[in-house]
Design a protein around this ligand. Sequence first.
Ligand code: 8YV
Length: 321
Amino acid sequence: MADKPAVLVTRKLPDAVEARLDRDYDARLNADDRLYSGEELIERSTGAVAVIPCHTEKLSAGVIERLPETVRAICSFSVGYDHIDLNAAKARGIVVTNTPDVLSDATAEIAMLLLLGAARRAFEGEREIRTDTWAEWSAIHNLGIQVTGKRLGVVGMGRVGRIMARRARGFDMEIHYHNRRRLPPEVEEGAIFHERVEDMLPHCDFLSIHCPATPDTRHLLNAARIALLPESAVVVNTSRGAVVDDDALIAALRSGRLFAAGLDVFNNEPHIDPRYRELPNTFLLPHIGSATRETRDAMGFRALDNLDAIVAGREPRDRLV
Ligand code: 8YV
């Protein structure tokens, strides 16, 4: 039997995914789950046909250009692909794939958790219990903002944004959305479209960000746009930190112009802006949008389905370039 193709897997993946990798490939696994530098990634790819990175590996043009000639595919274990220079990959004839769909429900769950947690000051309440500082029940203590019946603005009505909108309807929320283009009525499901994000913001008691990080969406939420939100709005971000201008968001949270923010993603993860930690009105999670057992298995299998197709000379389902 011919040798199995070598594949570099940059991070530790769920057991079932690694078992399939081991069965079908000469899998170079990362048992320690240590983050590789660009140099290490290039070195460890020697003789490999493919790399399976996570969003934590920056596959810049500089790294991609120096990958060994043998590398034909980058099958990312993520839906986002802002960590991969697609132009550089295309120029080298390397196929790039991602893992859409399978993580949409899990990510929308975390967005809803953040929305509820930020609005109802869950973190402050939880901390009181844990630090044994719950003095006495009070009618005026820990007052949050009611979610039911309020208005939610969704930035980026893609797979995750649509599920978020559907979940929010379960709380009788009125849904507004901004997207590159208007969606057909059966997909809109009654949501109100705004061609310009500026036109939507005054209608958003809650704002949930679901667009990808691109040069166009960098700092999409900046001081000028925050100023368009109603007083005491709540901001939720489960997409990428780069979409938010930290200085502007932190200033608005500090002054009380915004009621709270629920954030699962940050600039410069895991070394986030420390000011977020000092604010009482932030509900912070460590990028766990897709972190369920079911979803992480499904992401791994989806990445492997793409890899199998490329190795067999078939068109992969989730080709980006
Ligand atoms: C993952 C994500 O945890 O898929 C994405 O784009 O942001 C997260 O769901 C991560 O990217 C895995 O690489």
